[in-house]
Design a protein around this ligand. Structure first.
Ligand SMILES: [Zn+2]
Ligand SMILES: [Zn+2]
Length: 234
């Protein structure tokens, strides 16, 4: 499915299934600029991985700081873009978050990721575990169309022969969080002025230049600097 048509589809779904979608927080488009609102409780969200691919993420049934990733085309890794979007939703105070790649059914073509992401969310919202669900590939799109027409996101039809379906391997990814924005860090952040980080001399935590308004001298002369929390505490 084309990226744009899926975006409008998921937006349409959110609009027409607003009661059913009480867990689905935000329009997917907000993820592109890390503008998801912070979740106070349980959520399910379809996000774009930044690599022409859609996945579903949710903390339904998870303990604090843990998020499950339901990805229909997973090879054991998560994109930085995916991890960062989860970071914005959680805004977790703890030093790290745990992302569980769940062993879900894998798509058998290059185009069904969006429909699978919606199918995973449909399972979650109907009290089912997507890692044990087996979806009927031939009925994915007809069922999605039915959901849109009827304004109700019901579970997707199950496959008649579940033994032939391929699943990805489950994996646990531990991600460290930094700064007052509680975000993961990646190499690219070090190349961008706003996201360069400095260490607070008191709490020894790392903070982004823009988040804490860190003066240039800290980066140029490695001069002493305290984060705003430590300044207020002293
Ligand atoms: Zn920050
Ligand atoms: Zn500090």
């Amino acid at each position: 499915m084309e990226k744009c048509s899926l975006m409008s589809l998921s937006m349409y779904l959110k609009t027409c299934c607003i009661i059913n979608f009480r867990y689905v927080k935000d329009y997917t488009l907000l993820g592109t600029t890390f503008q998801y609102s912070v979740s106070g409780g349980e959520f399910a969200q379809i996000i774009h991985t930044g690599q022409c691919h859609w996945v579903a993420v949710s903390n339904i049934g998870c303990r604090k700081g843990v998020v499950n990733v339901y990805d229909s085309l997973n090879y054991g890794t998560l994109t930085t873009y995916t991890v960062k979007q989860i970071g914005t939703i959680l805004h977790e105070e703890d030093p790290e978050i745990i992302l569980n790649i769940k062993p879900v059914q894998q798509q058998n073509n290059g185009t069904d990721c969006g429909v699978f992401a919606i199918a995973f969310v449909a399972s979650l919202l109907n009290g089912q575990d997507p890692s044990t669900a087996s979806y009927n590939n031939n009925q994915l799109r007809t069922h999605l169309l039915w959901c849109i027409k009827n304004g109700h996101l019901s579970p997707f039809p199950q496959a008649p022969d579940q033994t032939r379906l391929k699943r990805c391997k489950g994996k646990r990814v531990i991600t460290e969080l930094f700064c007052s924005c509680r975000m993961p860090w990646d190499k690219q952040d070090g190349k961008r002025r706003a996201t360069q980080m400095a260490c607070c001399d008191k709490c020894e935590e790392w903070f982004h230049r823009s988040c804490e308004n860190i003066p240039d001298r800290v980066f140029k002369k490695m001069s002493q600097w305290k984060c705003s929390k430590c300044v207020h505490a002293s």
